[in-house]
Ligand binder design. Structure first.
Ligand SMILES: Cc1ncc(COP(=O)(O)O)c(C=O)c1O
Length: 385
């Protein structure tokens, strides 16, 4: 039974409203596949480090966060003046929008919904450039043609929720085209640490393109979304311009203190990459084997939908209990799968609110081997095969 009064939550990691939506009790046990957080994190030393840093809570943080910015600058190979520490990647998105209030933007869709929300908040007129299945690939010519003078372009790589990665050479071409139109290109790399090929990093392009703004998040890799920690990289003058809209002491002392030790923990990064290299192909094969269309991902999550039309599936259980408006037959089918998984204790990320996906797909985070096996077992028991 569905309950249409409970709205779809705007982000992952929110079991309560979804349990309510399907009439399940608040203590219904769920494994969360809806938030894209590293299951290996946070690093074990984090609580002790936070406890040690607590004595600094009685002072204001140093307003320029020099030590944290220098650590990021060393890591990215840029000057500390090119780094702005932010209250999560989310604040960085809103600072960029604030600096372009009243302007025009192009958002490459489907993607993280906060770019559109930030644009709305600052009166920015938005055109969507929609990518389509089966590969959601970006045609740089088409995108280049959509760039009117002074447009802000939002691109996410690897992209949430598709997991696709626009190649570095393509971004480079876009930056050249964008520079000719005085356009700035915002590339959100919140999930870039999960991409194992270092040649994909865009940070070296900052030396050549002063219209590039790179957004980063420390909350995904280190599984610290409650801490609120991110940063942006851009030219020195652009950083100064973006900083104008930032409230003083926006990043709290505990978060700022963690930056250098987090970035120095190369063993944690190596373990994460090993986990990803092991689990990504295994889960992709398992999901495909369970009858799902899986978009090949360069990140720590997969976008999926039932590969077959409902009548060709085995088992009555996959018939949608309620057809979601605007989602078509396969969309309704994904809705039914979402519900069945939830009843089996698996919380997927719905895709209502992502333009072009509109609930017809589900996003599943990669978790540790046991949890991934539970997901595949639930798909099996749920009659997907
Ligand atoms: C693509 C993308 N960028 C930025 C963010 C915001 O992350 P943060 O927790 O650093 O604010 C998210 C969070 O889901 C995201 O998916």
């Amino acid at each position: 039974m569905t309950c249409d009064v409970t709205p779809w939550p705007a982000h992952g990691g929110q079991a309560a409203p979804l349990l309510a939506r399907y009439g399940l009790p608040p203590d219904h046990p769920v494994t969360d596949f809806s938030a894209n957080l590293n299951p290996l994190g946070p690093p074990v030393w984090v609580p002790a480090r936070l406890a040690a840093a607590a004595e600094g809570l009685s002072r204001y943080p140093a307003p320029d966060y020099r030590a944290a910015r220098e650590a990021i600058a060393r890591e990215a190979g840029v000057a500390a003046e090119q780094v702005l520490l932010t209250n999560g990647g989310a604040e960085a998105i809103f600072l960029v929008a604030a600096a372009h209030a009243g302007g025009r933007a192009v958002i490459v869709q489907p993607t993280f919904t906060e770019y559109a929300r930030a644009c709305r908040a600052f009166g920015i007129a938005v055109d969507d450039l929609s990518l389509a299945p089966p590969d959601f690939s970006l045609d740089p010519e088409r995108l280049g043609a959509s760039l009117a003078p002074d447009t802000l372009l939002f691109l996410c790589r690897p992209n949430n929720p598709t997991g696709t990665l626009v190649p570095r050479e393509t971004v480079q071409r876009l930056l050249t085209q964008a520079a000719m139109h005085d356009c700035r290109v915002v590339v959100d790399e919140a999930f870039i640490d999960f991409v194992t090929s270092p040649e994909e990093s865009l940070a070296p392009l900052l030396a050549r393109f002063d219209n590039l703004i790179l957004l980063r998040s420390l909350t995904k890799l280190y599984a610290l979304p409650g801490l609120r920690l991110g940063y942006l990289l851009a030219s020195e003058s652009l950083v100064r311009q973006l900083q104008v809209g930032q409230p003083p002491w926006s990043v709290n002392h505990l978060a700022a203190e963690l930056v250098a030790p987090l970035l120095a923990d190369s063993a944690f990064l190596a373990r994460t990459r090993q986990w990803l290299a092991d689990e990504q192909p295994r889960l992709q094969a398992g999901l495909a084997g369970a009858g799902l269309e899986v978009i090949p991902s360069r990140a720590n999550f997969f976008l999926v939908r039932p590969a077959m039309e409902p009548e060709s599936m085995t088992g009555q259980s996959l018939k949608p209990m309620t057809q979601e408006p605007g989602t078509g037959r396969r969309g309704g089918h994904s809705g039914a799968l979402f519900e069945r998984l939830l009843r089996f204790g698996i919380l997927a990320r719905h895709t209502h609110g992502f333009p072009g996906l509109d609930g017809g797909w589900l996003r599943l985070a990669l978790r540790d081997r046991d949890a991934n096996a539970r997901l595949l077992a639930a798909l099996d028991e749920g009659g997907v095969r």
